[in-house]
Design a protein around this ligand. Structure first.
Ligand SMILES: *Cc1c(COP(=O)(O)O)cnc(C)c1O
Length: 470
């Protein structure tokens, strides 16, 4: 059975079901697999003709073995990655931009962004594990966009989960709001906070810190990308895209629009599991804490900028700790020291030259400003009539700037559909694309939301009253 350990070396080892239900480890670290499953090239090569669900089973099963039955996993994967749920038969199709240059389209799921790949599965896994354990949980999260809708879509059918998603009232786009508020289910609660995103986020943090408002009957579960199950589900599409382009017999390079370092960490995992990956490109917007570290060896937290790529607007990249853990040769106590330094001293750290060199061996990085983002959308549209979403455009720009070897296929992860990001589409002077067919009536669906003041007690009372009413 796979065990999971904390990156800070001072928390109990957990099995998969416990990791699924735990956010941060008790020592403040993040959980990672104790041993990474390894596949040989021959094994990977033998999966070449598998459809997405079957490939997903090969990649995911070793991580959940002992907690989830092989057949149960198979059923979940079939429920999630099919042509009813995803608006494309290939699930994760490749779009060619140029000779040896591709976009991996990860936006055919119910909410049109890559987060569906993980959160659709996470909902099923949660229900399965909770059923076995005879428990129920409450999911609480704050969103400025993609995570909230993907989490709601992923858990709407869960028997054992109540979900409360806070968003800043009047401050998310209409498409994004409707993707949350039109989902039907007694267990779904959209709370519009009369305040900004940071206030909503602070209320979530405070609630995790002191859960007594739930009267001890339930516990809160986090669905942000520190949850290991999300990373796990995202590893699959690296294998899938590689196999579709002649891997593993030839290496691939990936460019990944990055915020919390979750999606790109999944690529790093795929490589550790045996998939030949030559280069991983960290593409950021002007919230470029990771690029500054890679370029000038200073990891320093700046205040947040709001950009036309809101899903990458982060000040701290939490999953980066998982990579640091490996750079520190999995020495949890050394890493705990480093992270404490960061908390003490003006929120900054430096790495040794040797560790930085190790990171630069595989990773390159680029920060792309708004102007260059829109410029790239225009450039690609002129080249091939293909409209990128602004997050993906950042990835394509970084792919073109940082590429090491033109003979290796370069795959940019297409993280969202452009229809979700009206500001960027308007800035580029493009016609607004149509909603995909499975969402074509989104603007006519009935909405359900609760508008509440930015007051912790009011929000918590609302949650307590609306949790598991039978
Ligand atoms: C969440 C998100 C990202 C960033 O992904 P991370 O895993 O946080 O790096 C990029 N693009 C879009 C569209 C997203 O929704």
């Amino acid at each position: 059975m796979m065990k999971y350990i904390s990156t800070r070396g001072n928390a109990p080892e957990l099995a998969f079901d416990e990791v699924l239900l735990t956010g941060l480890a008790k020592d403040g670290g993040l959980y990672v697999p104790k041993e990474v499953p390894q596949f040989t090239l021959e094994e990977i090569e033998s999966w070449r003709d598998l459809p997405y669900t079957e490939l997903a089973h090969k990649v995911i099963y070793p991580f959940v073995e002992g907690c989830v039955e092989a057949d149960a996993l198979k059923q979940m994967l079939e429920e999630v990655y099919n042509n009813t749920n995803f608006g494309h038969k290939a699930i994760a199709p490749l779009q060619q931009l140029d000779h040896n240059e591709y976009v991996l389209e990860l936006f055919h799921g119910p909410t049109l962004a890559f987060k569906d790949f993980a959160l659709q599965l996470l909902g099923r896994l949660l229900d399965y594990v909770l059923e076995k354990r005879q428990e129920k949980v409450v999911i609480m999260g704050a969103t400025s966009g993609d995570t909230g809708s993907a989490a709601i879509e992923g858990t709407k059918a869960c028997q054992n989960v109540d979900i409360f998603i806070l968003h800043p009232y009047g401050k998310v786009s209409e498409v994004q709001r409707r993707q949350m508020t039109t989902v039907v289910g007694d267990n779904i609660h959209n709370i519009a906070i009369e305040g900004n995103f940071d206030q909503a986020q602070d209320m979530v943090k405070a609630s995790f810190g002191d859960q007594s408002f739930l009267r001890g009957e339930r516990k809160l579960v986090a669905v942000n990308s520190i949850n290991w199950a999300r990373i796990m589900a995202q590893i699959v599409y690296y294998f899938y895209s590689s196999l579709n382009l002649g891997g593993p017999l030839r290496p691939m390079a990936y460019s990944v629009p990055t915020g919390n370092f979750g999606d790109i960490f999944a690529g790093y995992m795929a490589r550790k599991m045996g998939l030949p990956i030559e280069q991983l490109i960290i593409a950021t917007n002007e919230n470029d804490v990771l690029h500054r570290l890679m370029a000038s060896n200073l990891y320093e937290v700046h205040s947040l900028k709001h950009t036309i790529t809101p899903s990458m607007d982060i000040a701290v990249s939490s999953n980066f700790e998982r990579l640091l853990f490996d750079l520190y040769d999995r020495d949890g106590l050394a890493l705990a020291d480093l992270m404490n330094q960061m908390a003490d001293r003006t929120q900054s750290i430096e790495l040794s030259e040797e560790k930085l060199a190790k990171a630069r061996d595989l990773f390159d990085s680029l920060a792309v400003n708004e102007e260059a983002t829109v410029e790239t959308m225009k450039q690609v549209f002129d080249e091939s009539g293909y409209l990128l979403d602004p997050h993906t455009a950042i990835g394509v720009k970084a792919a073109r700037e940082c590429r090491r070897n033109a003979n290796i296929p370069m795959i940019t992860l297409g993280t969202a559909h452009p229809v979700k990001f009206e500001d960027a589409v308007n800035r580029g002077g493009f016609d607004m694309p149509k909603l995909p067919h499975h969402l074509s009536d989104l603007m006519d669906r009935e909405e359900r939301l609760e508008v509440l003041p930015a007051d912790l007690k009011t929000v918590q009372d609302f949650m307590a009253q609306n949790t598991f009413k039978d």
